[in-house]
Design a protein around this ligand. Sequence first.
Ligand SMILES: [Zn+2]
Length: 252
Amino acid sequence: MARVRTRLLALCLGSLLALPLLAQHVPPARLPSTPPPHPTSAEQKRGAPAPPTHDPQPELPPLAAFAHVHSGHDAWLAARSRKQPAPAPGPRPAGAGRYVAAVLVCADCDLDVPALLGLARADVLLLSVPGPFLSAETTAAIERQVLAERLSLVLVLTHARCTTLEPPAPAPKDPIAARVRFARAEAERRRLPLGRCVGAMQRELLLAASDTLAVRAAEDKLRVVPGEIDDRSGAITWLQKPIDELPMPPVK
Ligand SMILES: [Zn+2]
């Protein structure tokens, strides 16, 4: 019942917040139902590479991706506490596609987020936007990587000293102000700190806006994990308590 309620709430939020954005939302590209046929040996030109095989693509389970990021962040924190330079990223986890994780992070967070997570820059689809507030474009970018590259982990990172989330006074009538006002009211209603609430809301919006992502999440092939960065220490507090019993990974 709680899950149904959550889904309904997320859908309501989605329509309230993202209607102008979703109006432009293009349905995600579908995977072709049948792969193109391989060329026969006669069609295969001399010296051409061997035809592709039907070996299943490796996959990086979302919990393994999260464990990788979690331990990378721990190593980063340990080095920082010893006043040492950030450690070099560890080896890529087996099964990762183009990216180990997508990270939706507020644009005015001034930290090196891939380094903070112990990841090479090339291993992160870094979506740096104000808030971070989800848009149709960021949703589409995540969907593309999920479909084409088996992306299994999305992090939504707010930060404690966020100027974007401060109440605008006098409030400009721009889209950011509208999102901030709604988020502040929602944080009050849910009795959550603002940053935590924004992270949770973007998670709900992402899954409500995309059937593709919702199905992957239901199959546990995708996890969307909110967290909040302490700007001074760089430490990330993962949102451990699931909002309305949403599935969440265990956190050490
Ligand atoms: Zn911010």
